[in-house]
Design a protein around this ligand. Sequence first.
Ligand code: XBP
Ligand code: MG
Length: 237
Amino acid sequence: PFEAIICDVDGTLADTERDGHRCAFNAAFAAAGLDWHWDVETYGRLLAVTGGRERVAAFIAEYRPALPPGCEVGVLAERLHRAKSRHYAALLAAGTIGLRPGVLRLLRAARTAGIRLAIATTSSPENVQALLAHAGEPGLADWFEVIAAGDMVAHKKPAPDVYRLVLERLGLGPERCVVLEDSAPGLQAARAAGLEAVLVTVNDYTRGQALTDAALVVDGLGEPGAPVTVLYGRLGE
Ligand code: XBP
Ligand code: MG
């Protein structure tokens, strides 16, 4: 029997990328006096690189934008990412990003059934706490026994490290856990950690990705009046 659900955050629990992280990056670029702007489509391509700091560095390497004179790429990426995190926190505090439909219903049902909950994210614990604090359910962050984040491990998704850390902290084997993910790098990370029961709930950025390795791919978790469409997957056949 399954004993735990391990949840990704960005794109899975909430649609944080397009109107959250992306806008926060653009605000950080503007505040630094840079004329860089990540439009919705460009950001979709950049999402192939997981981790905000790594994404900025990859953008500089690929697009070669003009840098402030004498600025080292690693230092600039770090500085921009710190500023971006402040803008992102402000966006969340303003309550602009809620949970995706069906998420709270599922988490509540899991708790009632005695299923343990954990988080495996590429982003920071601070970002997760801020999102959950403004999700409209007091104490929601405390529902999660383990919150494992990108900077707590050597390699970010699609590497399995963050999922391995969660399994270690839960003290469970991968066959005891169900994973909720939204993207190909997340799915790859979970599968590489030996997790087979991966439910992928796609969003506009991830719909077209290679997700055939998932147990099931759905377009959301469903609410009364908003039924789930099963797209494909081993369990959907
Ligand atoms: C999400 C990410 C993160 C966010 C930004 O990946 O890649 O980088 O875009 O967060 P996943 P930070 O959902 O697969 O965990 O800027 O804090 O890195
Ligand atoms: Mg994700």
